[in-house]
Ligand binder design. Sequence first.
Ligand code: PLP
Length: 360
Amino acid sequence: MESPNQAQCPQWQRDLQQCLRDPAALAALRPGLSAADLEAVLRRFPASLTPHYASLIDPTDPADPIAAQCLPDPRELDAHPWLAEDPLAEETHQPVPGLIHRYPDRALLLVTTRCAVYCRHCTRKRLAGRPSLGTALEHLPAALDYLRQHPAIQEVLVSGGDPLLLPDEVLANLLRQLDSLPTLRWLRLATRVPVVLPSRLTPALCDLLASLGRPLYLNTQFNHPRELAPAALEGLVRLRRAGVILANQAVLLRGVNDSLPVLKDLMNGLLAAGVRPYYLFQADLVQGTEHLRSDPALGLTLMDRLSEELGGMALPRFAVDLQGARGKLTLWPHGKVELTATEAIIEAPDGRVFRYPRPR
Ligand SMILES: *Cc1c(COP(=O)(O)O)cnc(C)c1O
């Protein structure tokens, strides 16, 4: 029998309580990995696996594409001079703590440092799972004031950490306040919850999302077709019925999805699930992620091949986010990219040149 306390606690919160975090439980998911291998890396970068995401792993496969995204790897501790903790200089673009304003017409709010699963390739690995150092949620009046004073900002992208880990009441207050700002024309959520914690997509959450006046875009991150599991697909249906517009920002990851059949299945599978492929990102230059970085030259070849095999709806834009550019830089289609032995040299639309080191 369930205790009254358990009965009150929603399933998704119980799923979070049951996340795998300790080295022995994590090591059991990959052949040949021991708890001792993971202790040092876990001290630097936390790990957490929802029971749902862990259930997608084949623990007999040393190269499992789900495990590669979420199991800590001792190589995360290797230092590489071309990587940085904060390669996009997000910390220096925060007029209010947790509000990142890099592009004139859109701003990003970091509302939590918590995630259900700590992706090993995370772009905000410096923050993920850390005690909060000041999120926009903790400075909400100041963040809202900033948005009011900058009417050129027409979109707020609510990110983190994962914003859908906030409790319903907190999320409702945040989204309603944003929705009431006359300068904002639409809202965007950046969340991996549909992939890693679909039980969070409750009818109550969907009712909240459906109640907003602005169009709500939800960009998620499916990186492998196996992630389009039945529970995830059901969650996506609930979001669609709530009027949420779904798109996907995948990351090109070595050994996970940098092959034609995998990307083809992923993109078609997303469309079949009602999710429009939006970006395929070349990985950011983040410390601790080198072992997962694929080669932009391979990405370009894969995009050429995909364009022959996929319909236009299924084709994302292949892009990279580099400090100082006016937006994500397009690598494909129509990207101006020159490949040398060690770098991709990218010419932005304004003529400026950016350099992205290829993995060695
Ligand atoms: C990526 C990003 C956006 C959104 O860019 P889109 O190209 O519109 O998806 C907005 N703000 C920041 C700080 C970003 O890094």
